[in-house]
Design a protein around this ligand. Structure first.
Ligand code: ADP
Length: 651
């Protein structure tokens, strides 16, 4: 026998379980049954290609409640675990998210009851109800079994064991329940029936129950009876198997939607995903015609921790063929931008032998995928319309992922744009949909105006907005990193309106007359200030491509703009980080000809074109433009020095 210490994080999790005040302790059984069901799925699947692995009897889950010893045993004849599997799966926490979650929680304080409800803990949930857990498991194809035991305190033991067939048996020594309020007796037939019915009714394998109890004639008058139809010796335990399986085994997606209540649908979601929380949205759909398939999909209530770590994320839906489980995490069924959608797809026509390789080319899979994308997008759109609050919660969790779909040339972009919400200059607190934006655009507005950058606060106060605000033109704020990528792809349009950055190129707002007048004004001012602009440029030549006047600014003195088609600084940084070579590009410094600073500079320049104030003013105007867009100064100390000099002169 050897003992191993639990990985530190696992121990934290176990401590949380052992001292848990979580009232919903019964969910441990759902977790164990889900694991058993997964193990049976995997065995059935492996047996398709390797007949040696077939089970002689039935694939099943057996519960034995021993009321005398107060133990609950759960056995399955599924795939089983080898010694290494036991160490890996029951000694460490595989899921990165759980780890991060634990790190962010305060370990010193009492575990709050709902902490457990916030993330799945699977097998470890056993320690909410058991003082000791024993696992005996034998991996399919191996002869040896291994016994794993632990009291949840620091370590677990491993030793060789025997088991007649492959599979796993988990025995829980149940905690005493005396005095603990609201805790059920998990050795009780009625309690176990209720729990299985509630959480695991649709499990595809029969769940049987055997009760072992003290044999007293009075204990069970119906079976035992006064005339003793069953031979009982007082003091010697009797064994009694409950006649029918505890679960109906009906695949939930084959039942008419009206027959299944929300609680059942929610439980099925938890069974499939091992999530503890209810889903946010359910999508049931079927394909009929030359081939048939059904799908029951869900959007989780919260984004998983590893949504952006694709290699680690559990994603994709389960694939069934005629009610037989084929595989987990079938990524071919949904595009990446819907990778948070979970659930099942059941096809009537695919072969039971489909492999992952075949799936990639399969025409039916492609058709199912198209259908699912359409249905999920429609359901989300309906949610946006009918439950706007709920939809905002959805968008907060998954919006950036949905927008990744805009990068995929095979997707219908407008369908995704229909789902997009963004903050806007018209509304300080709420988000607007693109449909609403386009709807309330003035008739002569030709483009969807936006400004992109990582910080919403900075964008809201950007000098670039000034002319737009004055004209009452709404501007959208794009703050997710992915935004810069899709919007930078060029020729992106929604409802035939192109997207236009207010920080790129020149602005021309208002009616044709307005534009003409602005142009004439600007030309005049350029004549006046032409030489000044040259002198300013000469002072900051290394940093800017040009210094020019603009009608974009109303209250600020300066801002930076890019040429149409130039990458934004953030996107540039991202691409450089990804190892791409990006040529150096300089922005243009635009000045507000009506600003008092610019006017006075003009006068200074007239009096003395070589006044040193001209050069330092150029640097100050550039510096404030960089700061106003949330950028970083090349030489912060130099900038501070200039400001101080100015203050010394004026104070
Ligand atoms: P989860 O099921 O969410 O992955 P668990 O902690 O419940 O997390 O289980 C960890 C792993 O242990 C499972 O992914 C599985 O590989 C293995 N496991 C648990 N129970 C069984 C079982 N009854 N049969 C085979 N493997 C199991």
């Amino acid at each position: 026998m050897e003992t191993h210490a639990f990985q530190a994080e696992t121990q934290k999790l176990l401590d949380l379980m052992i001292h848990s005040l979580y009232s919903n302790k019964e969910v441990f059984l759902r977790e164990l049954i889900s694991n058993a069901s997964d193990a049976l799925d995997r065995r059935r699947f492996e047996a398709v290609s390797n007949t040696d692995l077939q089970v002689e009897g039935e694939l099943e889950i057996r519960l034995v409640a021993n009321r005398v010893e107060r133990t609950l045993t759960l056995s399955d004849n599924g795939i089983g675990m080898s010694r290494e599997d036991l160490v890996e799966h029951l000694g460490t926490i595989a899921r990165s998210g759980t780890l991060e979650f634990l790190e962010t929680t305060d370990q010193s304080s009492d575990p709050t009851p709902d902490l457990i409800g916030q993330f799945g803990v699977g097998f470890y949930a056993s320690f909410m109800v058991a003082t000791e857990v024993e696992v005996i498991s034998r991996r399919v194809g191996e002869d040896k079994a291994t016994r794993w035991t632990s009291k949840g305190a620091g370590e677990y033991s491993l030793e060789d064991a025997t088991r007649d067939d492959a599979g796993t048996t988990i025995r829980l020594s149940l905690k005493e329940i005396d005095g603990e309020e609201g805790v059920s007796d998990f050795c009780d037939e009625w309690v176990l029936r209720q729990i299985v019915k509630k959480y695991s009714d649709f499990v595809a394998y029969p769940i049987s129950l055997t009760i072992v109890e003290e044999a007293t004639a009075a204990a069970d008058p119906e079976d035992g009876g006064e005339d003793g139809a069953i031979d009982v010796t007082p003091g010697v335990p009797t064994e009694r198997e409950v006649e029918e399986p505890l679960n109906s085994m009906k695949a939930i997606w084959t039942r008419p939607e009206s027959d299944v209540d929300k609680a059942e649908f929610d439980e099925f979601y938890k069974h499939v995903t091992h999530d503890f929380q209810d889903p946010m949205l359910r999508v049931s759909t079927s394909i009929e015609g030359t081939f048939e398939a059904r799908a029951l999909l869900y959007v989780p209530g919260k984004a998983p921790f590893d949504l952006y770590h694709r290699e680690r994320l559990h994603n994709g839906v389960q694939l069934y063929v005629r009610r037989v489980f084929i595989m987990d995490e079938c990524r071919e069924l949904l595009p990446e931008w819907l990778r948070f959608v979970r659930g099942v797809v059941d096809s009537e026509d695919l072969s039971l032998n489909v492999s992952r390789e075949m799936l990639q080319q399969d025409r039916q899979i492609q058709t199912i995928r198209k259908h699912l994308v359409k249905k999920v997008a429609e359901s989300l759109k309906a949610m946006a319309k009918n439950e706007p609050e709920q939809y905002r919660a959805f968008w907060a969790e998954f919006g950036p992922v949905v927008k990744e779909g805009l990068l995929d040339f095979e997707e219908k972009r407008d369908r995704i744009f229909d789902l997009v919400l963004a903050p806007s200059s018209e509304n300080e607190t709420d988000l607007v949909s693109l449909a609403d934006y386009v709807e309330r655009m003035p008739e002569d507005q030709e483009a969807i105006y936006y400004i992109a950058g990582p910080k919403l606060d900075v964008l809201r106060r950007s000098p670039h907005l000034e002319a737009f605000k004055e004209q009452g033109i709404e501007v959208l704020f794009l703050t997710d990193p992915v935004d810069e990528v899709w919007v930078g792809q060029g020729s992106v349009a929604y409802k035939d309106k192109p997207w236009k950055s207010i920080g790129h190129g020149e602005v021309e707002l208002g009616t044709d007359e307005d534009k003409e007048k602005a142009k004439v004004d600007l030309e005049k001012q350029e004549e006046t200030y032409g030489d000044l602009l040259e002198a300013l440029k000469a002072a900051i030549e290394d940093d800017v491509k040009e210094v020019r006047l603009s009608s974009r600014l109303k209250s600020s003195a300066s801002c930076l703009v890019l040429e149409d088609g130039d990458l934004s600084p953030q996107l540039e940084a991202m691409l450089r980080q990804a190892g791409q070579e990006i040529p150096e590009r300089k922005p243009i410094l635009e000045l507000n000809p009506n600003h008092v600073v610019v006017e006075r500079l003009g006068k200074r320049f007239e009096d003395n074109p070589t006044d040193p104030q001209i050069g330092s003013s150029a640097k100050l105007l550039l510096g404030q433009a960089v700061l106003a867009e949330g950028g970083q100064l090349e030489d912060p100390a130099g900038f501070a020095e200039l400001v101080n000099k100015l203050m010394t002169e004026t104070l």
